[in-house]
Design a protein around this ligand. Sequence first.
Ligand code: GLN
Length: 549
Amino acid sequence: MAKYIFVTGGVTSSLGKGIIAASLAKLLQARGLKVTIQKFDPYINIDPGTMNPYEHGECFVTEDGAETDLDLGHYERFLNIFTSQANNVTTGRIYQTVINKEREGAYLGKTVQVVPHITDEIKRRMLQLGKGPEYDIVITEIGGTVGDIESLPFVEAVRQLQWELPEEDTLIIHLTLIPYLKAAKELKTKPTQHSVKMLSQEGVHPDIIVCRTEKQLTSELRRKIALFCNVKLEAVIEAADAPTIYEVPLLMMREKLDIISMKKLRIENKNEPELTKWKEFLDKLKYPKSKVTIGLIGKYLELQDAYKSILESFIHAGAVNECQVQIINIHSEFITENNIAEKLEGLDGLLVAPGFGHRGVEGKIVAVKYARENGLPFFGICLGMQMAVIEFARNVLGLKSAHSTEMDPHTTEPVIDLMEEQNAVTIKGGTMRLGSYPCVIKEDSLAYSIYGKTSISERHRHRWEFNNKYLTQFEEAGMIASGKNPGTNLVEIVELPNHPFFIGVQYHPELKSTVENPQPIFVNFIKAAKAYAEMKTETKNPLLQKELN
Ligand code: GLN
């Protein structure tokens, strides 16, 4: 059986529990241990799939089609492993299971209560991944902040597990904030003391306190935190602000978070963490040799978390190319034919983002047209690919009313249409085409040169689809379907062979990019953007210009 690490948070939300959990997991994995991470979220939604990105940021989709918290994206990107439905549990899911069991009569006439029935179900799910031989360590991140009413049953479940399991099989890490008061020129430990006290009142005592801080913790301050929070001095860990999240595992290694964790869990491990690849990646990230500017055309741009995986994929792809990728956010709602040239000025590539609903789609279509006509590297993801299809239909095929039936249910040219199996769907949660599907790629295509193979699989999250009735018309006019689902013939990839780099994919390649396995379309898109940037500077050079003339 595995050992269990629980990560709770105090003082405020958004302290980066997911990054701390993923960093510890990375260090333990780098020592040769088998580690996975799961996230328990105290909200009542069954999953974040039905939430607006403004509420919750991006919805991360796993191989098995679970719509999950974006922290699972961090876990996968750091650990280079796949997570699954079992790695994200919400209060809603817990209650749904318990209520279904009650309806089946499984509680044999008993009164069903938060304790023990809800807490038992939480515990069952907390232990589930660690039951087999697959993992040595299961890290569980508890969402929310200690003291919230809704996180109480989760903390209670941790308390019970701490009591039920052998002492060396559980470890509690509490992440808090040490604020710096400018006026007093001092770091303050009181909020941390209060939050540890609150956790202790709920029956859980932390073994390690990780302190988020803008300034270095002095040894005096560390001693104070250790004394008042009743932990060993070495168990006070400084988590200073880092220039990139990918630096955090190294910061945690310097603070010996992995060693202290293993000590409490009585894990004998003499290996040094093997982080050569990780450090190579960081070096390339920190010392780029060139720079490109990419326009991200989206509509949830006020909240960066809405496009988390896309932004991280650019970081991975930039590092491979030793190139700094600067992202310029461009709100699709404010793009028009008249201002497009000005909006896209200076860009070396254009990414049209995924999305739902009609807000901002016309701006996306205008942006695609500009990229297509001006040879600007273009990459469309999901809705972005659908917009590329509509743009081509309207402006190349001359089908002026072409649209997706998502935005215009009565369009006479439904080039993007609802999938057959979606017609009868009325329930919104978990009913999209979700998770991993195979795709077969045509040889002699851009997609083939990117992936270097004909058989791939990528993750999906959508209801609409390229309408195959139009395929011949598209291909004859120069937009080809270079990737298709082998079973259903659904179009997965479109491209323009007459363009330097123009690709649209119905799936979400950003969900599979990791530090160790950067996603190939992103890598090649940045390469194309670099080439475009070089070409621009060459043609600007007056001497060369003369030669060209
Ligand atoms: N709204 C589109 C669909 O459901 C695209 C979804 C997306 O971009 N993820 O097909």
